[in-house]
Design a protein around this ligand. Structure first.
Ligand SMILES: NC(=O)c1ccc[n+]([C@@H]2O[C@H](COP(=O)([O-])OP(=O)(O)OC[C@H]3O[C@@H](n4cnc5c(N)ncnc54)[C@H](O)[C@@H]3O)[C@@H](O)[C@H]2O)c1
Length: 243
């Protein structure tokens, strides 16, 4: 993908699922990757997967002190931030606790805003443009039973993406979101088999997506081929959502 070989990329939630596949893709493209996740480096398979051009920051994106480590690393210069980390804490409205609401908002929305703010300040100061990519979800477009917290965050991420694209465009910073459909990652495979079968049946392509297929969208949107794309949300969902 055009231009990624010389880029330095931050990826949150990189130890698993879509984040890991995205780290793999950018690594293969020759990028220098800075990976962020909760476990210690020893607990991940990241060192073996990425023997060079990789820095790991053990960081809870909801923790102010942890985020200072990311800020320090950003101050060394970088080009792309991918806000991928996300969680679910599902329950219908009557059963959802304040904690379930607060935790999902903290990881999926507030941390995306905080990291985007840190990135925007650094990228503007550096004056070479840049790119912020955010993980949305197709459920932001049509809602999802038992996920009022999660859907609120993903719809919020799309609105934030459009707003930041407007605010940062004059600095040459592009901001886009990717809305995955139903992707085979640990987050999804933890769902009941019945739900998985039902979702596969609903998809016009009759299958789940692969994490690499989301990684490919991030790579395209970050590349020089997407230089005129900003403020958009790209559905990568096998036509699950049309309209
Ligand atoms: N898998 C899907 O079908 C699907 C669909 C739509 C959107 N998404 C979104 O894509 C993103 C990745 O999803 P996934 O399926 O790969 O999930 P996953 O659970 O496989 O991976 C998420 C990663 O984020 C990390 N993480 C969670 N909380 C964190 C925190 N506080 N600080 C730092 N890291 C944290 C986890 O440790 C994990 O490594 C999420 O934002 C998710 O909402 C996924």
């Amino acid at each position: 993908m055009k231009g990624l070989e010389s880029k330095k990329v931050f990826i949150t939630g990189a130890a698993s699922g879509i984040g890991f596949a995205t780290a793999q893709r950018f690594y293969e493209e020759g990028s220098t990757i800075i990976l962020i996740d909760l476990p210690s480096l020893e607990e991940t398979k990241l060192s073996e997967a990425f023997p060079e051009r990789m820095t790991y920051i053990q960081c809870n994106v909801t923790n102010k002190d942890d985020l200072l480590k990311v800020k320090e690393e950003m101050e060394q210069g970088f080009d792309i931030l991918i806000n991928n980390a996300g969680i679910t804490k599902d329950a219908t409205i009557g059963k959802m606790s304040d904690e379930q609401w607060d935790q999902v908002i903290a990881v999926n929305l507030t941390a995306v805003w905080k990291l985007s703010q840190m990135a925007a300040i650094q990228l503007k100061e550096r004056g070479k443009g840049g790119c912020i990519l955010n993980a949305a979800s197709v459920v932001a477009h049509y809602g999802n039973f038992g996920q009022s917290n999660y859907v609120a965050t993903k719809a919020g991420v799309i609105g934030m993406t459009k707003t930041l694209a407007k605010e940062l465009g004059k600095s040459g910073i592009r901001v886009n979101a990717v809305a995955p459909g139903f992707i085979a990652t640990p987050m999804v495979m933890a769902m009941p088999e019945k739900v998985i079968n039902m979702m596969e049946g609903k998809s016009p392509l009759k299958r789940m997506g692969r994490p690499e297929e989301i990684a490919a969208a991030y790579a395209f949107l970050a590349s020089d081929d997407a230089q005129f794309i900003s403020g958009t949300c790209l559905n990568v969902d096998g036509a699950l959502v049309i309209g």
